[in-house]
Design a protein around this ligand. Structure first.
Ligand code: FE2
Ligand code: FE2
Length: 259
């Protein structure tokens, strides 16, 4: 079994609250009896893309578990690349591929500089096609990006989701190795189908954005009361995928009652 933890939308803003919440989740993951093989952070690492916020993220993300992040709409590629990744300046998308055993994880940069909505540019699609062509035959692939490519009944997020999702649909539907698509951005744990595969949206560690049935716009947008949460994706040896969504209490571990 390969265990993939997905943390999202940490929104580091130079305050202590969001750092403490993300660190609480990372400590929870590090303390698990079976540690995740990898942690993915699916965008909106910072709240406003400031260099100092990436420095904050770099410290907070120090863990013995391999951790890979992609940008969201609140991020800035320049700061992300230099202050978080420690890489030289370059204006293009931050796309990455990682292999963990049989599993290929493809991280796609759906951010559009200066825009809230998402889009995968031609460069990213060319890169993705090359990565898929070079990936092992009949082995599982997870695709991750910040902007969900489908509607989630989220009155704010649905307006700033992934643009032109059909282009990604065609690609995913044609590749049977892709077991699921992972996203963030929605600040809620949500699942739906996309191109015949599960679309799994990880909750934010910073706040919760309710569905359209709950929201009373514009008075009630974000709920900051709930504890942070994380998604855990288990890929079995037969490549079957199971996802758990886990809330991590800020007050410490909940006592386990025997029986
Ligand atoms: Fe966010
Ligand atoms: Fe976002």
């Amino acid at each position: 079994m390969i265990l993939v933890a997905q943390v999202s939308d940490t929104h580091f803003d130079l305050g202590t609250r969001n750092v403490e919440r993300a660190q609480r989740v990372l400590a929870f993951l590090a303390d698990l009896r079976r540690r995740p093989d990898v942690i993915l952070v699916t965008g909106d690492i910072t709240d406003s893309g400031k260099y100092e916020q990436y420095a904050e993220a770099k410290l907070a993300f120090e863990t013995e578990i391999p951790l890979y992040a992609i940008p969201g709409n609140h991020d800035d590629r320049e700061g992300f690349r230099t202050a978080l990744l420690g890489e030289p300046t370059s204006g293009g998308p931050i796309n990455r591929v990682h292999r963990i055993g049989d599993l290929t994880i493809v991280l796609l940069d759906s951010s559009v500089p200066g825009a809230a909505g998402g889009r995968l540019c031609d460069e990213t699609y060319d890169w993705l096609r090359d990565v898929l062509a070079a990936s092992p035959t009949a082995k599982p692939i997870l695709l991750a990006l910040h902007h969900p490519p489908a509607r989630l009944h989220s009155p704010i997020i649905d307006e700033i989701a992934l643009d032109d999702p059909q282009r990604l649909t065609d690609l995913v539907a044609a590749d049977e190795r892709i077991v699921a698509v992972l996203a963030g951005h929605a600040h809620c744990a949500a699942t739906t189908m996309f191109a015949g595969r599960p679309l799994l949206v990880a909750p934010s560690t910073a706040s919760v954005l309710a569905g359209e049935w709950e929201l009373d716009l514009p008075d009630h947008v974000m709920d900051y009361a709930p504890d942070p949460a994380v998604a855990l994706h288990a890929i079995d040896d037969d490549y079957r995928l199971t996802t758990h969504f886990r809330t991590v209490p800020m007050g410490g571990r909940i006592g386990v009652q025997p029986g």
